[in-house]
Design a protein around this ligand. Structure first.
Ligand SMILES: NC(=O)c1ccc[n+]([C@@H]2O[C@H](COP(=O)([O-])OP(=O)(O)OC[C@H]3O[C@@H](n4cnc5c(N)ncnc54)[C@H](O)[C@@H]3O)[C@@H](O)[C@H]2O)c1
Length: 350
């Protein structure tokens, strides 16, 4: 006898990498990042409504595995994400992720999805959203140091949301720069490939650092950062993993997502624990000022916070509900009598 088909309550929508790519193609990457940024900004505006905790990180000599939970009381979400800078050598990605969003009322998962692509999209959306408040308003040139998996997403989000026209690329691996240059030129951006980070920052109003290395690296030194620049530092996101020389931090106005997490993981781990920083949500809500003048150096010390993933998961959940572009997974045991879980197992033998 064939066992009965799983009931409706057993099934959870699952967005595979294939379906995520279809969604990004259908919406268009730049439009999707702009819509994600709107959603993230809306959630930053109601920041106090969320449960917040620094992410739970399991460190090893090779990298880190992290869980990033948050809830607004109605929905609960978490992301599983790793960061392994040496992975590329063996054909693995530095960062992979998947995540879940659930209904708080029943605790039942409402969606399970790939989040490797979604993380790149939400990270770039968050960076561009922050830059809209912090970067010079006439910025048209961005330097991009680190031309790996995140690079093109960052460049395209900054074009869509800030009008960046030219990107100046540098990576210690020329093959990474060649890859990014090819992809971004095909997208219609003006691309300059540079032989050093110093060369890349020349004439840029925005500097994005997105390198991966498990050490206190010095991607930018103090002499490379001129007055008025906005720095979007996304690669320093773990204890012992930073990108900027400390002197740059001392000259910058520093904006962060969630201070208890950023003080452990961000560039500011190099500073005293009470060094003044501004929370981005305070800028978004008008409680604090973003860019004040043309000569100020602003720094978004990004590490990635759970609320950004919550926003992205909510976006995907709504879109999938409209398009049906998902698979249904038999994820939750659903016995006829909710207390007869063991009986369900017995009956499954036929
Ligand atoms: N803040 C966030 O929310 C967030 C989100 C995703 C990823 N990240 C971080 O961003 C970084 C980049 O991620 P990715 O997925 O693009 O990694 P990746 O491994 O695909 O790319 C990293 C690139 O940095 C280059 N690089 C390393 N050291 C360099 C140096 N000294 N100078 C110039 N280039 C150098 C590498 O050659 C590589 O091409 C990682 O550190 C990751 O942890 C942060």
């Amino acid at each position: 006898m064939t066992p009965p088909a799983p009931s409706k309550l057993a099934m959870v929508p699952f967005v595979s990498v294939d379906n995520m790519m279809r969604m990004v193609r259908d919406v268009g990457p730049e439009r999707m990042m702009t819509e994600l940024a709107e959603r993230i900004e809306a959630d930053f505006r109601r920041w106090p409504a969320f449960d917040k905790t620094p992410r739970i990180a399991a460190h090893s000599p090779e990298g880190v595995i992290e869980l990033m939970p948050t809830s607004d009381g109605k929905a609960y979400a978490f992301k599983y994400v790793n960061g392994h800078p040496g992975n590329v050598r063996t054909g693995h990605q530095t960062v992979t992720a998947f995540g879940v969003i659930s209904d708080v009322e029943t605790g039942y998962p409402a969606l399970l999805t790939e989040m490797t692509l979604l993380t790149a999209l939400r990270t770039a959306a968050t960076s561009a959203m922050a830059a809209r408040h912090l970067a010079p308003s006439d910025a048209s040139v961005m330097a991009m140091i680190g031309n790996g998996a995140q690079c093109e997403f960052q460049a395209l989000a900054f074009r869509a949301m800030l009008g960046i026209e030219q990107v100046r690329l540098y990576d210690i691996d020329p093959a990474a720069t060649a890859k990014a240059a090819r992809n971004l030129a095909a997208a219609g951006l003006r691309v300059t490939s540079c032989a050093s980070a110093q060369e890349a920052v020349a004439g840029a109003q925005i500097i994005t650092t997105c390198t991966a290395d498990k050490q206190f690296a010095t991607i930018l030194t103090d002499n490379m950062v001129g007055a008025g620049v906005h720095i979007n530092a996304i690669g320093g996101d773990c204890p012992g993993k930073t990108e900027l020389h400390r002197d740059i931090l001392l000259r910058s106005d520093i904006f962060v997502e969630y201070p208890p997490q950023t003080r452990i993981e961000g560039e500011i781990q190099q500073l005293d624990p009470d060094h003044p920083v501004t929370e981005l949500w305070q800028v978004v809500t008008g409680r604090a000022q973003g860019r004040r003048n043309a000569s100020q150096i602003t720094l978004f010390d990004s590490v990635g916070f759970a609320i950004e993933d919550f926003s992205a998961l909510g976006y995907v959940r709504e879109r999938v509900a409209r398009t049906g572009h998902c698979q249904m997974l038999d994820l939750l045991a659903d016995p006829d009598d909710p207390r007869d879980l063991y009986g369900m197992l017995l009956r499954s033998a036929g």
